[in-house]
Design a protein around this ligand. Structure first.
Ligand SMILES: *Cc1c(COP(=O)(O)O)cnc(C)c1O
Length: 400
């Protein structure tokens, strides 16, 4: 909220696509907890699932049947994932997947992309997106130099830089959000994901897709299903926990059996696979069928189209980049293909737009470097009301 010059909004409660702040203002919520709430707030089926789970004991430190059912649901949706390890956060899942990649390859270096965010893993807080981008923090103090020394950073959508980095460095892994959503939504150019796969194969690095945002959101099997580019390891989170803390990483047995106790790559977490989070996640995935994704696509498309038209009507220059369940309004006069283009957006215009929306009961991500998260709870009327508010907000920006 500081990025748009507003005080934080304190939330009282939420229902469906709406939430209420402590001052009694109602908002159409396009953040949805930064992605997990694909069914909206307090979905009755999730509330019931969690209530039932909580009354049966909140944590055991031993396996439960539902944990296996959730793993089976993941494996069924994502063919490249045949074994799963649960964690409580995407950060942990990333950290652990990297440990497996380093153990499997006997190498240390990892290639990541500028503007990508993979949680607050020490070594990955180099040119990271999300909150660091919003707050203009290039690298976090407190991260030892030794931690980032093995991180190689390349610009997204830059084939030459990828070829050069993979030639110059012996990499354990190429780590990518296959559709980055933490510098705003910046899809890969045609052929770019294929290049990552090819360079990983040619150089003996693993390809790791961080699908914490995109997994279970852009479609049943994430970006890897849409693109046909198959990673070695996949990191999942957000939607996977249905609004409770759950994340996971997975891949084929040849890699996952390196993880203790099957192998000797240590990984653990007291509350991993926690019964409440597993109940919420399992219920969420079970409600995400083909029909649900078609509805989410229609909602996203209608919102994207409406925002584009509203901006054009009042002469406000924006680029609306979107994919099922994800969208960013860039205040830019050209398509945004990488982090430096995202950073060149008119941040003052974005801030004015976001403030104007909040004043009209619409809650967008309060940062140019984040995505809107349409959910299945958003109705046609929510979209229409948002577009009406956006038209006025764009007009205010254009008149500045
Ligand atoms: C949110 C996010 C993470 C980190 O997940 P946490 O649960 O917040 O630790 C990792 N990768 C991506 C792509 C994310 O969007």
């Amino acid at each position: 909220m500081r990025a748009i010059g507003r005080d934080p909004v304190f939330i009282e409660d939420g229902a469906g696509a709406r939430m209420m702040d402590v001052d009694g203002n109602e908002y159409i919520d396009w953040v949805c907890s930064w992605g997990p709430l694909i069914l909206g707030h307090a979905h009755p089926a999730i509330v019931d699932a969690v209530a039932e789970a909580v009354s049966s004991g909140t944590s055991f430190g031993a396996p439960t049947e539902r944990e296996v059912q959730l793993a089976a649901e993941i494996v069924e949706r994502i063919p490249s994932v045949q074994m799963v390890r649960m964690t409580s956060s995407g950060t942990e899942a990333t950290m652990s997947a990297l440990r497996v990649a380093r153990a499997a390859t006997g190498r240390e270096k990892v290639l990541k992309f500028s503007g990508a965010y993979h949680g607050h893993v020490d070594g990955l807080l180099a040119e990271a997106g999300s909150g660091l981008a919003t707050q203009g923090i290039p690298a976090s103090p407190g991260v030892p130099e030794a931690a980032t020394r093995s991180t190689v950073v390349a610009p997204w959508n830059d084939p030459d830089a990828v070829v050069e980095a993979t030639e110059r460095h012996e990499l354990a892994a190429i780590l990518a959000e296959p559709v980055p959503a933490n510098m705003g939504l910046v899809p890969p150019e045609p052929g770019f994901l294929e290049l990552l796969r090819r360079r990983a194969d040619e150089t003996g690095a693993l390809l790791i897709f961080d699908e914490v945002i995109t997994g279970f959101r852009v479609g049943r099997g994430g970006v890897q299903e849409l693109s046909g580019v198959v990673p070695d390891l996949t990191i999942m989170g957000k939607v996977l926990g249905g609004g409770l803390p759950a994340a996971a990483f997975g891949g084929p047995p040849a890699l996952m059996e390196l993880v203790a106790p099957a192998g000797d790559v240590y990984q653990a977490g007291t509350l991993s696979g926690n019964p409440l989070a597993v109940a919420a996640g399992l219920q969420t995935l079970r409600l995400l069928d083909g029909r649900a994704y078609r509805k989410l696509e229609r909602t996203t498309d209608a919102l994207a189209r409406g925002l584009r038209e509203a901006a054009a009507d009042v002469g406000c220059e924006v680029r609306v980049q979107s994919l099922t369940g994800l969208l960013t309004v860039f205040f830019s006069d050209a398509p945004v293909g990488d982090y430096s283009a995202a950073r060149a957006s008119d941040l003052e215009a974005f801030a004015a737009f976001a403030r104007a929306l909040l004043d009209r009961g619409v809650y967008p991500p309060p940062s140019q470097f984040e995505a809107w998260f349409p959910s299945l709870a958003h109705t046609h009327e929510d979209v229409e009301q948002t577009i009406r508010a956006a038209r006025e907000a764009f007009a205010e920006v254009a008149a500045r």
